[in-house]
Design a protein around this ligand. Sequence first.
Ligand code: PMP
Length: 421
Amino acid sequence: MAAASTPQSFLLQHPLYPSLKTLSYIPSKQHLRPRPRLSTVSCTAVHPAPASVSVTKDQGRIFNFAAGPATLPESVILKAQSELYNYHGSGMSIMEMSHRGKEFDAVIKNAESDLRRLLAVPDDYAVLFLQGGATTQFAAVPLNLCAPDDAADYIVTGSWGDKAFKEAQKFCKPNLIWSGKSDKYTKIPPFEGLEQNPNAKYLHICANETIHGVEFKNYPTPSNKDAIMVADMSSNFCSKPVDVSKFGVIYAGAQKNVGPSGVTIVIVRKDLIGNAQPITPVMLDYKIHADSASLYNTPPCFTIYICGLVFADLLEQGGLVEVEKKNAKKAGILYDAIDGSDGFYVCPVEKSVRSLMNVPFTLEKTDLEKKFIEEAAKEGMIQLKGHRSVGGVRASIYNAMPLAGVEKLVAFMKDFQARHL
Ligand code: PMP
């Protein structure tokens, strides 16, 4: 009965096995064969194991318009699936191996070098894979860049920028130099008129407001020549080329455009590292992480591995110039459908700053919104509900949302409108 207690045989005996085997990767007989090194351990399956079953493209996948965690490229999911059980012949999955072993060392190094290629990150910038979400960076940024009495400027174009500003109040003296709140966060200010603090250490923006769908199309310059730009790029990271050299710090949670939740990527100019406030926890100190190549403590290994697969996929697509073209096309057909609906659908965001990633809209007849979202879900288009703070509908159409998903949504919108005039 030794075999019955192995994890493999447990899976094979599972009552859902017949259906599971069509959905997920099931170990093949070859994988279950004892490895010579482990000859005392018996791994015999009690049922004959099928040849490895791979899920084919389009098998039961739906269009997921969630704002994050968000849809990932199908090719990445399938590749991860194929490598999950026995990563590159190591005899274990990425989730089980040491973060200091040679396999993971290659994973994190490749992820970093592919990201550097994608964004053309200059050599004088460090790329860090950290934890705590972008929310932790709201504190880490002032802690690393300011003394407690230093000033910093914040332009607030939505809820995330507002959260960053409020968190900074604990660690420095931030100034709110512009807020779009009175316009319900539908605008970006003209840069000329901004009254920046001449002593500010940095100017912070949220490059794409995920809830409100407002995106910077270009960037202001700090008036203090020694100050730097800091951007939260969580929801448009790697969606288009960015001139990294215009920023001192770029940070982004992975779970929208580049991976699962669990890792936050920080790109920071090296000369800004090493001046953290003495109270800075080690986990928030850029120097600690830069000095140990993001391996000061146990990193989110599996998440970093998936990010690496996404970066490789983006490079294979031709890099961010090509990716941006695809994103512009997808967003274009969705905004055209909204604007061409004679007011049935309305996007409140000023046209010039509409996000290519998050498209919020309302229905003129607001009482129909619930029905719209429910019917779309029945058609295989899920997570279209607007953020709880603003309501309405929001379609997040990150890099991994296929054009077909947006086309299906647009066709549904037209049909829904025709049925509810
Ligand atoms: N900034 C932006 C722009 C976001 O969209 C989010 C998450 N939705 C955050 C920050 C917070 O990220 P996290 O949940 O990773 O802390």
